[in-house]
Ligand binder design. Structure first.
Ligand code: NAD
Length: 292
């Protein structure tokens, strides 16, 4: 079993690190927030005094941080302290440009690296069933697979450096747009006197079928496990959806892709957030579409 450094023990990082401990790895963890360090410590993570100490002697290091600027600053800090040839895995959701810059920092210090953002939320992190979308060389991916395995339901190699982040923002742009589409359909159905259940029974077995409808149905009733049944407690918070839609728009602008529905979805989620709904599940946008 290996020694793994883990930086960023927040909502996602702490259960992910706990699953690495359960798999028998020695996990050396660090976070800026003392309470997060204490929680990680109770789950078997060896708490370290700083990031450089957490990566010392590690075969692999995982970072799970808020945004690109945090990742680049932490990677600049830890890369020189890591063992030559060790593996640096960033699981945060960040912009493609910063992800590629993080790979360059790793290469400069003789490290293997992979960008491996996740889908599955805090539930998937706790259950060890996250989907990892990985970008990097074949060699780095082969080294990363056994490290990611105890935290994963599925690990997909999406191509070279940055392609994990590219896959993540493309997927979440589909999700943001499709949730608005499903919400609009329920709002229209209400106006037309069609029940939620009748629309669900038809659309879930017809061409309107999609994950936003069948797994995460934005109105209470048809899918008892969806956040709509618990007053839109997340789940996947609207603020995180807005973050991902903005990353997608940034990438669309820098690459010249035309994504009008992605742009509209980003604007609607920005309005939803500024109305005080950032902490609600993103499926709560249906209430906003009703004008509530
Ligand atoms: P979080 O804010 O709970 O955790 C981030 C942690 O990083 C915090 O504990 C913070 O103290 C720590 N941190 C920040 N700067 C640091 C530094 N310099 N050194 C050490 N620690 C530092 O966020 P989260 O929900 O765990 O999300 C982490 C990443 O995963 C984000 O990029 C997010 O977009 C992505 N993500 C989140 C979810 C979700 O459902 N929460 C789902 C998929 C992806």
């Amino acid at each position: 079993m290996s020694t793994i450094g883990f930086i960023g023990l927040g909502n996602m990082g702490h259960p992910m690190a706990a699953n690495l401990v359960k798999a028998g790895h020695t996990v050396q963890g660090f976070d800026l927030v003392t309470a997060n360090l204490e929680t990680a410590g109770t789950n078997g993570v060896t708490v370290m005094a700083n990031a450089a100490a957490a990566v010392k002697g590690a075969d692999a290091v995982v970072t799970m941080l808020p945004a690109g600027k945090h990742v680049l600053s932490v990677h600049e800090d830890i890369a020189p302290a890591m063992k030559k040839g060790a593996l640096l895995i960033d699981c945060s959701t960040i912009d493609v440009g910063s992800a590629r810059a993080a790979h360059a920092i790793a290469a400069k210090h003789g490290l293997l690296s992979i960008d491996a953002p996740v889908s599955g939320g805090v539930g998937g992190a706790a259950a060890g069933t996250l989907t990892f979308m990985a970008g990097g060389s074949k060699e780095a991916f082969a080294a990363a697979e056994p490290v990611l395995d105890p935290m994963a339901g599925k690990v997909v190699h999406c191509g070279d450096a940055g392609n994990g982040q590219a896959a993540k923002i493309c997927n979440n742009m589909i999700l943001g747009i499709s949730m608005i589409g499903v919400g609009e359909a329920f709002v229209l159905a209400e106006k037309l006197g069609l029940s939620h259940q009748a629309l669900f029974d038809v659309a879930s077995t017809s061409s309107g079928q999609c994950w936003s409808l069948t797994t995460y149905c934005p109105v209470p009733g048809p899918v008892p496990t969806s956040p709509a049944n618990r007053d839109y407690a997340p789940g996947f918070a609207a603020a995180l959806m807005l973050k991902d839609l903005r990353l997608a728009q940034e990438a669309a602008q820098s690459s010249g892709a035309i994504t009008p529905l992605g742009a509209e979805a980003a604007q609607l989620y920005a309005l939803f957030e500024s109305a005080g709904n950032g902490g609600k599940d993103f499926s709560g946008i249906v209430n906003f579409l009703r004008g509530k």
